[in-house]
Ligand binder design. Sequence first.
Ligand code: ARG
Ligand code: ZN
Length: 879
Amino acid sequence: PQQASPVIRLRDYQPPAWRVESIELEVELDIDASEIVARLQLRRDPAQSLPLRLDGENLQLLSIALDGRALDAEAYRYDGCVLEIDGARDGSMLETRVRVRPAANTALEGLYLSGPRESGFLLTQCEAEGFRHITFFPDRPDVLSTYTVTLRADRARFPVLLAGGNPTGAGELEGGRHWARFVDPHPKPSYLFALVAGRLEHLARDYRTADGRAVQLKIWAEADAIGRCGYALDALERAMRWDEQRYGRNYDLDVFHVVATHDFNMGAMENKGLNIFNAKYLLADPDSTTDDEYRHVEAVVAHEYFHNWSGNRVTCRDWFQLSLKEGLTVFREQSFSADMNSAPLKRIEDVALLRRAQFPEDAGPLAHPVRPAQYSEINNFYTATVYEKGAELVRMLAGRLGADGFRRGMDLYFERNDGRAATLEDFLGALGEANGTDLLPYLAWYGQSGTPRLRAQGHHDAARREYTLKLGQHAPGNAGPSARTPLPIPVKLALFASDGRMLPLQLAGEATDAGSERVVVLEQAEQALVFTGVEAPPVPSLLRGFSAPVILECDYTPAELALLLAHDPDGFNRWEAGQLLAARAYENLRDGSTDTSLQAWCGALARLFADDGMDDALLADLLTPPGEIELAEREGAVDPGRIHQLRQALQRTLAERLGADALEQRYRTLAARRSIALDAASQASRRLSRRLLELLEACASERALPLAAAQYRDAPGMTDRLAALAVLARGQADEGERALADYRQRYAGNALALDKWFAVQAQLPGLAALPRVMRLEKDAAFTLHNPNRVQSLLGTFVRANPSGFHRADGAAYRFLTERLGELDALNPQVAARLATAFNGWQRLEPGRRALAQAAIAELAGRAGLSRNLGEIIGNVLNH
Ligand code: ARG
Ligand code: ZN
């Protein structure tokens, strides 16, 4: 069994006993050993009497001096985690000199090497607690300091030297070395520190902020990738303008650097003035980037930029408040993406992600509140709950206040908290006060886990011409102690007549007509709404735009859902009606039940398919039933193999109803106008063409495969090529292997394109997957050292291929625990994330459940697991 790691609790928060007003860093960079001198100007909290304690891990301490005098060995103690120092006073200056080993740093936290040692470059990753791997410091987000950073290195090996802040000087040194200095005038926490050094090229653009500051934007990448940075630079400029216009937020330094690396544990990082990106979210060109990936690049570039205010200027008091910056910034990013692209499609995409990633997380042993109460390893809490559910909570608040009210609230929040480390209470307080309303009841959302259920029941009284809608909420079983208080749940709703018209909404006792859509906030456990002047039983459209992150329970008839699917002008709810109907159709197939959902679903989609006015992209989404992971959420004893087969059968039924001829004809029409244009219409037609090809594959694969082969060959860009490759790979004939071999060779030098090659194969369903994955591990391009590669092969297999991973023989469970052991020794963050694939094991059918449990228990029993993996495995097993 694991030795228990210390648990950190929100309720134990204490302000820092020592702060650092300013820090001067001098870094001598080298691949194997870098040396860091840090001079800390210390401030002591007069109300506390704790000794000076600094965080520091994997640091070789070379020297230490206080107020200019070297310290005797008795005057300090270092246990490998904390350095405790005697004799410091308010106003003291501490100087430490340490050595770190970048090339040996496989955890990619702190200072490390990206790429081969001969040609790679050095960079840092500090959030959440990486700065302590660089120097001794109170490494917590409520210690804000100004940074002066001087970098020194060999000029030939490290021609480019970058750190956050404004450049204030650079020059030559003896022996072919050079230096560069950066000063960041904005006090910041240590997790926002960054440096980069190596051979990098850049793309630059002059930008002028709305408030008149000249800013140099520079995107940096290695020589082979700099040609793929143009799209990100454009996206950055769009994001900066948008934040000026929508939030009145201007950038605040003279330079803004963005760097791409292939070796990164997460998506990207908002370091002040020096964002660092996983190349996957920065590089883009038509030959190797899909439409979805283009949108991700735009969104992540914006996300990191937006952090400059929601995260950097206003940061978090402690890591329990992580969603204060992440939920808010995801919400800002989603709004931006909705403005740049199609708002309803963006909403569908976001809710689909929430259901695929967050709902299962919130229903299993790793469930936690958006503001967790405790953790042992904070890196395990960069989760879909903190990010995506957190964004939904901000969306509810924004909806409640309306556009102007939300802007007023955000202005006050930024003004009041600028330069501070804030809490969620500060956020809700500012939003509420600016609008003369109390939003603190929303805190309950932040404190409980699990997805709440909203029950809706309608009753029509013909004699009184009244429609009564009863709404009720109940907390899920795992909500925790605070779940007794009802949550405020905004329910946006409309009523439809049987001919598809929206009815005017007249609430009993209300004087004026409120139009045909309104938001009712359910604040009690139950509430009844009485609508008057309703002649016939209406069909309610509830939670329009997904107005609250809940699971709706409402007994719609298939005909009612088909009516919403045909007529609801709210694009999201239209899709939602289709999803509900599809899930019920799936149950028809599963249970052999006799209701008419399957016919209703196919019939409604056949009518939309024939309707020329439909948007291609929305149609593609409507033609896609809920994924296997979502379907599994609705089952008691999950058999992923059977879910896969039933979902296939569902698609086949739909495809047969639409007709192979009609599918092929429409596909050919779209194929005839293939291009690499990125406008909405072109993206939409690629999305639909892919969906049609897949449906044809489901009902007439002998017709789909030759079309896919031609598409693979003639594809003008990656979206079409990859779609065809996936169909061919599933076809498993020689043609599939030939296409895979062709792709492998064509993209041998392009890591991001190769990742997709691994991922496509890791998704092959059923028993074929594991042997394929094991074969691919032997490919020369596979390595456990690169997080993207691990994610593309192993991550895709264990998290996006339920029928492959959950083989009935349990072989993939043991395979995963074996890899987790190897990975944990190299990179605990990546290992811990991969291990979350075990999250749903308790809900598997008994055979698989026993096999999964045995594998997890065996892993949990191993000695020496990292705190990261140990916490995940412990929680998965014991909760
Ligand atoms: N703050 C970064 C972002 O959301 C992510 C950092 C993730 N860090 C981690 N340790 N997992 O933009
Ligand atoms: Zn973020």
